[in-house]
Design a protein around this ligand. Sequence first.
Ligand code: ZN
Length: 285
Amino acid sequence: MRDFSADPSPLALNTATLGHNMDGRGAGWSPERLIDACAARGFGGIVFWRREIGGRAVEIGNRVRDAGMAVTGLCRAPFLVGPMAPKGRSAVMGDFCAAIDMAAGLGAPVLTIVVGGVEPGTRGVVESLKRVTDRVAEAAPYAAARGVKLALEPLNPVYGGDRSCLTTTRDALDICDAIGAPNLGVAIDVYHVWWDTDLPRQLARAGTRIFGFHLCDWLADTTDFLLDRGMMGDGVADLRALRAGVEGAGYRGACEVEIFSAKTWWTREPAEVLDVILQRFATVC
Ligand code: ZN
């Protein structure tokens, strides 16, 4: 395993950690201020959300690189199915392509896909996953032509109904196998997979198809499944074992800190949050 005790360069900040992806939340920092704060601390990368970028993809991407970092990813494609997806297949695909274009403009190598919940009018996940497969298969060549990889992120099963009918790394890899596109893989997020005893086998199966590794922790006494994620080291996830799994499969990419925490970390001074992340990354990840 890589030694992070004195090297923060594999560390990337997902801006959701400072609340930036939610209305009325976050520090209100501009992308420029965020970039400077991360660069000053030795972070290697930043993952933005589309709402922060607007029409400034090329400018912000260049600003990150000028600061000595990389844009390691973009969150995210629209929900492809389910109650929160754009209405109708063509609306979904149009927004999917817009997200791919933004990733290309930023110079982000990976666009994350959270697939959406159970399609209205259906029950269970089988039909919804079929539609997800169909839509990702159509978008994959469009993304490949623009140098963008697509990362399917399975979400914790608590989100199965509305946010992600895709809940296991196994099912994500089954979709990858069915489509067979070289630029299609998975994102492994501690919050979503920490409980899965089948994960080591699936990570070995994934191999070089792991396109992202997301850090946080699962609080044993969590009060909100969406907005009460823990800081690394404060919960019950075996962070070292999870990283050993992804690195054992060959992953050498960024470790992206993604903490949705309305009552705790989003209320703290952002500079302090960044300092805590650095310290935890060096000691418990
Ligand atoms: Zn994630």
